[in-house]
Design a protein around this ligand. Structure first.
Ligand code: IPE
Ligand code: IPE
Ligand code: MG
Length: 237
């Protein structure tokens, strides 16, 4: 654990991270962008373990957006290759580490091999009790809302539309909204991440590029979160 003090009772239940800056990290080193993604995947492994150790119940990371298909075929395949590697690894380690894995996003366009691996991790998650590690792949916040509306409209048993009802049609209906969203890499935007769920999330930005993100950085974000005054539109007594 780092020197940053974490105030007990103020640990967010759900932390979401936009894993950004892999390409710039690689460029700074004269490496191909794909090397940045490989380094970013390592950071993800470390930070997932750190979150689980800190008692965070849900960690959701943005791994590939609905807009990231605009990138070169080579880069997209490298990211999908890293996803495959990670899923294979998770299949053999999640029971030992008691981490439940879930992929959020439109997985229908992923390769049959990836979809099969995702199905296997879902099966394993079913009998575990630990932290939920949610991986957003081919995920777009607006896409998720449109899909939810469509699913609601096509549901013969639909209830009258309210915020609560529509929430049930999102990718992770049982996942609480993120308390804290962290975006590294010096960009100050959400880039279509958790558009519906981020309504009252605390936002934390840092210039650190994702592959350089450390446990200390995580603790800085958690400490900043602990100092926030969340009012949800109300007034503190
Ligand atoms: C984030 O890093 C990973 C994905 C979007 C898949 P980037 O690849 O966007 O890195 P930068 O923003 O170009 O540095
Ligand atoms: C957001 O990063 C998506 C992921 C980290 C997976 P981008 O690099 O795609 O976002 P923009 O293009 O800078 O907004
Ligand atoms: Mg980026």
């Amino acid at each position: 654990m780092s020197a940053e003090k974490i105030i007990p009772g103020c640990v967010p239940r759900h932390v979401a991270i936009i894993m950004d800056g892999n390409g710039r990290w690689a460029r700074k080193r004269g490496l191909p962008r794909t090397a940045g993604h490989a380094a970013g995947a390592e950071t993800y492994r470390r930070i997932a373990t750190a979150c689980s150790r800190r008692g965070i119940e849900y960690m959701t990371v943005y791994a590939f957006s609905t807009e990231n298909w605009k990138r070169s075929g080579e880069e997209v395949s490298a990211i999908m290759g890293l996803l495959k590697k990670y899923l294979l690894e998770a299949i053999s380690s999640m029971e030992r580490e008691n981490v439940r894995l879930r992929v959020l996003g439109d997985t229908s366009v992923l390769s049959p091999e990836l979809r099969e691996l995702i199905a296997r991790t879902d099966e394993i998650s079913g009998h575990l009790t630990g932290m939920w590690a949610n991986l957003c792949v081919n995920y777009g916040g607006r896409d998720e809302i449109v899909r939810a509306c469509r699913a609601w409209a096509e549901d013969p048993e639909r209830e009258p539309l309210t915020e609560k009802v529509l929430s049930r049609y999102m990718y992770g209906p049982d996942i609480p909204d993120p308390d804290l969203i962290i975006r590294p890499s010096g960009e100050y935007r959400l880039s279509n991440f958790l558009t519906w769920q981020s309504a009252y999330s605390e936002l934390y930005f840092t210039d650190v590029l994702w592959p350089d993100f450390t446990e200390e950085e995580l603790d800085r974000a958690l400490a900043a979160y602990a100092r926030r005054d969340r009012r949800f539109g109300g007034v503190k007594q």
